[in-house]
Write a protein that binds this ligand. Structure first.
Ligand SMILES: *Cc1c(COP(=O)(O)O)cnc(C)c1O
Length: 369
């Protein structure tokens, strides 16, 4: 890639010298996977950082979603949002369940609780909301509906690393919450992920399920999968965790500058901070009203590209429009008007800890008019 290209994200990389010291330890011990000491240390460190009771590491952020549905014995229909990364819906499909799409609300781009009840049938067993862009989805309302109908809540918190609401960890919300530590996320372990659970017995079961279902040397209790995080990535994650707060603060400064420059621009909307929320600034989505702005979303997106600024149209197209899902009765655009509109308006601008003043000036000169 041209070195003048500004990418939408840039991975947080751990200090090499510090990482290499840990690599030496791994080489010396020859324990490279299967719940080694770095795996145990990272689980502890993340539970502390995220202020959650129990966490189980995974090899990516998709398998914890799959495993959560399996562990909670979810069957039938699962209510979810079309406005997310495909992995959310895929995890439902992989469990042999039927995704039921419900529209989003504009305030957080999460599933709209006012539209959930109409989608519940006798087959519904769970709701899978997403805290999109790390904005806290309307969990109190979602949980109240789940309680009323006896449904489980599996929270896709892939974007919500480190997010807190009134001092409470957002990664702890839902019966189980899933995190992704992919390279494009605020915190990464190269590839990786985790499942947050509420009690030790559940953690134990999750730990079986991510290791083929082994509950001992000779006992297999369920058709589990292999999704264990290895020692190298756990060590990498331990070093990276030390610098993630700094990176989030740098992202915050970028958000402040974007908002300042874009607030006067007609036809561009963006999110402001929400009261009581510790945001992680994982993404900076803007929403283009073509009529007021004088240019469509795609015209601006391709103009940015032409000038070496790579935004991303997250989340376009909607999951409900992909071939696997488009014939589902809930997948029609008429059922999903807000999600359909937002998907056609959004561009996520470059957002990471290394964006310079010069980068921001270049990006904003292309947008502000
Ligand atoms: C990134 C992401 C995932 C999947 O994570 P991977 O680590 O890439 O498998 C799941 N859900 C959402 C909303 C994501 O953004």
């Amino acid at each position: 890639m041209d070195k003048n290209t500004i990418t939408v994200t840039s991975p947080l990389l751990p200090d090499r010298a510090e990482f290499e010291l840990l690599l030496k330890e791994i080489w010396n011990s020859k324990w490279i996977t299967n719940n080694g000491s770095f795996h145990q240390k990272l689980e502890k460190a993340l539970a502390e950082y995220l202020k959650v009771p129990f966490i189980s590491l995974f090899t990516n952020g998709t398998l914890p979603l799959l495993t959560a549905l399996q562990a909670l014995r979810i069957t039938g229909e699962v209510i979810t949002t079309p406005y997310s990364f495909v992995a959310t819906t895929h995890s439902i499909w992989w469990n042999g369940c039927r995704p039921v799409f419900v529209d989003i609300e504009g305030e957080t781009c999460g599933i709209d609780p006012d539209k959930i009840e109409a989608a519940i049938t006798p087959k519904t067993t769970a709701i899978m909301p997403v805290s999109c862009y790390g904005k806290p989805c309307k969990m109190d309302e979602i949980q109240a509906i789940a309680d009323k109908y006896g449904l489980k809540v599996i929270h896709d918190a892939a974007h919500a690393f480190g997010v807190e609401v009134n001092g409470e960890s957002w990664a702890g919300k839902g019966d189980m919450a899933s995190l992704s530590f992919h390279a494009t996320k605020v915190y990464n372990t190269l590839e990786g992920g985790a499942l947050v659970v509420k009690d030790e017995a559940t953690k134990k079961r999750i730990d079986f399920l991510k290791n083929f279902g082994f509950a001992g040397e000779t006992e297999v209790v369920a058709p589990g999968i292999n999704s264990k995080m290895d020692e190298v990535r756990a060590a990498y994650g331990l070093v990276n965790l030390k610098h993630v707060d700094e990176a989030i603060e740098k992202r915050h400064q970028v958000a402040v500058k974007y908002r300042e420059a874009l607030r006067p621009v007609p036809g561009i909307r963006f999110f402001d901070d929400m009261p009581g929320v510790r945001h992680n600034y994982s993404y900076f989505p803007i929403f283009i009203n073509a009529e007021e702005y004088g240019m469509t979303r795609d015209e601006l997106y391709f103009k940015l590209r032409e000038h070496g600024v790579l935004g991303r149209r997250y989340f376009y197209p909607l999951i409900s429009t992909f071939s696997t899902y488009r014939s589902l009765p809930s997948a029609g655009a008429e059922n999903l008007p807000v999600a359909t509109r937002v998907a056609n308006e959004v561009i996520c601008l470059p957002m990471h800890h290394e964006l310079s003043e010069a980068d921001l000036t270049r990006i904003l000169e292309l947008i502000v008019r």
